[in-house]
Write a protein that binds this ligand. Structure first.
Ligand code: CA
Length: 429
């Protein structure tokens, strides 16, 4: 089943603005609420949202084996369970329907009115029900930076780091979609020089620039996924801001790793960009030295060139860019992460989400967290309005964007953008 959607020469009859993340070659998947308050699975071309539930009811997926209600759902989990062959058939068909030379929907005003929406007529929802969330720690630069700060230069990388794609089990109940405001968390911290902790609002709320992949049902209990088959079980990728409270983290993380410092919120971009759409942007993975154990050795190009950036926008203020990075810097690739995750027989299900870990590059302006950008607050960043930031302040909006670009086409992720609110205040009884 070849992919025909990526043909860079294809034009569409839907208007696509210059530099749009969503040309007809992208065809991502998401879930939205329509102007009629109906929840549906959809895609997007340019600034037009497309109701796949309505397209299916009107017969546009004829000949593809799909259940009648596959797109009339509040999550993509069942569609993702249908597997790679079906994803590709559906994506190819969408590309065909919106091809500039295909009159079927283009010239059917009544159907267009049912299927197409302006972006201001819809509200994006969580694209999947995330059953399990795992967060890796796969950027060598990030691990080295954080290790240097917490343990000194000589012990920056733990002895296991170059052998294992290190990760931990996160919490799926607090994964939210772009646009959802997030409260500053409270918790225990240990003030400098003190031997006993205090309780209160975190003073060091941070973002983590990450990407995350969404899996399909991959394996049964006991069954590992070989590294060179792993990509068959990855549906697609989103942007992830893995919000973190550094002061809470520092006090709690020994010996079992992060807990409440990380699970108060993780936010994702609403459109899942498929692995097929990313195919033209494969690049070599950073050289791995020492050679990993055989179950982590892979063939071919397993990294992806996705340009990433982070803006901070103060309340009523102007956006300031604070970071430019790239998904390709990640040391352990997604295939290795999934092979490692399942090598002990741990099952992975449809809708599971795996975070990359903070994606830092080698230069100061490519670090993927405030912790690194300001080096624990020692070098505050200047905002355009003249104010300074060591960490994220109440009222700040953190926006992450990402896109791939070659000479033919730009495939983007849109954005994940969330505002930090003050600590939650209980309603007065
Ligand atoms: Ca993280």
């Amino acid at each position: 089943m070849p992919d025909t959607t990526n043909n860079p020469a294809r034009k569409t009859w839907i208007p696509v603005p210059d530099h749009s993340d969503f040309p007809v070659q992208n065809i991502p998947f998401g879930v939205f609420l329509t102007r009629d308050d109906v929840i549906t699975i959809g895609t997007r071309i340019g600034d037009t949202a497309i109701d796949l539930g309505a397209m299916h009811q009107l017969g546009y997926f004829e000949g593809i084996p799909l259940t009648d209600d596959i797109f009339l759902q509040d999550s993509l989990n069942d569609f993702i369970s249908d597997g790679k062959k079906t994803w590709r058939l559906v994506r190819n068909r969408i590309g065909d329907v919106f091809d500039a030379d295909n009159p079927k929907l283009r010239d059917n005003k009544e159907h267009r009115h049912i299927i197409l929406f302006d972006l201001d007529e819809i509200e994006m929802q969580m694209p999947v029900f995330v059953g399990d969330y795992t967060d890796f720690y796969s950027s060598k630069e990030h691990a080295t930076n954080v290790g240097t700060m917490f343990r000194g230069k000589e012990n920056a990388l733990m002895p296991n780091w170059l052998h294992i794609p290190v990760g931990y089990h996160g919490r799926s109940s607090s994964i939210v979609v772009s646009g959802t405001p997030i409260h500053r968390p409270q918790g225990q911290t240990l003030p400098a020089g003190s031997e006993t902790p205090v309780f209160g609002p975190s003073k060091l709320v941070d973002f983590e620039l990450e990407m995350a992949f969404i899996t399909t049902d991959a394996n049964n209990l006991g069954e590992p996924i070989p590294v060179d088959e792993a990509e068959d079980y990855i549906f697609g990728v989103v942007l992830l801001n893995d919000w973190s409270a550094r002061d809470i983290q520092k006090w709690e993380y020994v010996p079992l790793g992060p807990f409440l410092a990380k699970n108060f919120a993780s936010s994702i971009s609403p459109w899942i960009v498929t692995m097929d759409a990313l195919e033209p942007f494969r690049v070599e993975t950073p050289k791995q030295e020492p050679t990993p154990l055989p179950y982590l050795q892979f063939n071919g190009k397993k990294s992806y060139d996705v340009k990433l950036e982070v803006d901070i926008t103060p309340e009523n203020g102007e956006a300031t860019n604070v970071c430019k990075s790239n998904f390709k810097y990640m040391y352990w690739n997604m295939s290795q992460q999934l092979a490692h995750h399942t090598v002990n027989g741990c099952p992975v299900n449809s809708g599971d989400m795996m975070g990359s870990g903070t994606l830092s590059g080698t230069t100061q302006d490519s670090f993927g967290s405030m912790l690194e950008l300001t080096w624990r607050g020692e070098n505050p960043l200047k905002m355009k309005d003249g104010s300074e930031r060591k960490f994220i302040q109440d009222g700040d909006t953190v926006t992450m964007k990402g896109y791939c670009q070659n000479e033919n086409v730009r495939i983007g992720f849109g954005e994940v953008s969330n505002k930090l609110l003050p600590v939650f205040e209980p309603k007065k009884k």
